[in-house]
Design a protein around this ligand. Sequence first.
Ligand code: PBG
Length: 324
Amino acid sequence: MVFPEYRPRRLRKNESLRSLIRETHLSPAQFVYPVFIAPGKNKREEIPSMPGVFRLSVDQLQKEARECMDLGVNSMILFGLPEKKDAMGSGAHAKDGIIQRGIKELKNKAPELTVITDVCLCEYTDHGHCGCLIGDTVDNDATLEILAKTALSHAQAGADMVAPSDMMDGRVAEIRAALDEHNYEMIPIMSYAVKYASSFYGPFRDAADCAPQFGDRRSYQMDPANVREALREATLDVDEGADILMVKPAVAYLDIISRLKDEFDLPIAAYHVSGEYAMIKAAAERGWIDGDKVMAETLLSIKRAGADIILTYFAKDMARLLQG
Ligand code: PBG
């Protein structure tokens, strides 16, 4: 089958033929839109390094949910900016904490929306690390208890799914046990199973005010150089009871997404993170790239690599583009 018998261009002749043989499709129902919830009223504050993304006060959430759902984006993941931070991150599991209030508002006003919560302490600790400290290291086992309390408080407020992003060892099992013990056995866990110590999280740390006050996250997040360790992390989370496995970031780790898709039969999620979003926005603002086209191509590449679910700040923009 060599030229001129076989001509790949035959099937590229027009859009009808191209779409007939298209292998990968994006669907807004598989996007998760990240939302930052901040104290105050009537607040809609644009994040400087993430144009088009806002910190919203609780009263603004209903409108945001409506906008998402009208576009076919039925899931949100929530991040909170608490009023006060402390060494133990106690705001993360406060009954009337910022996230707990946000969940209640969304489940009251937009019950069909799937509300996913990020379970981590870094937005709530005054030192900015993802767990409580012993000296200047994060105390793994003491942190597990706080994470489980946090996940449980999210479920009690009405969350549909919890997503631990802290990278402590054993947290999926601990969270699963706490949920089951309180009759939340039907709440799924989307584990940030493979989360790298990445420099692409910069804008998020501005947005959520959670940059570590000393050191970095390399003693708990993964080394960008490692693939086999990613498989080990994912295996652990499957054994501990994860329902969905996430890879984060996405574009710089397409090989990892592809490996997980091959090796595991759970749904695979990928987080197209703040820095990945900001780079496209910044280049598009300068007129150096076509922002919409690069967005579409980027999200397609994540899907093609094997992600079933994409967490992305582009969720609404991409859904709009798909609607034409
Ligand atoms: C919390 C968390 C982070 C992100 C998601 N959950 C920050 C971090 O680990 O530093 C990053 C998301 C993004 O960059 O868009 N631990």
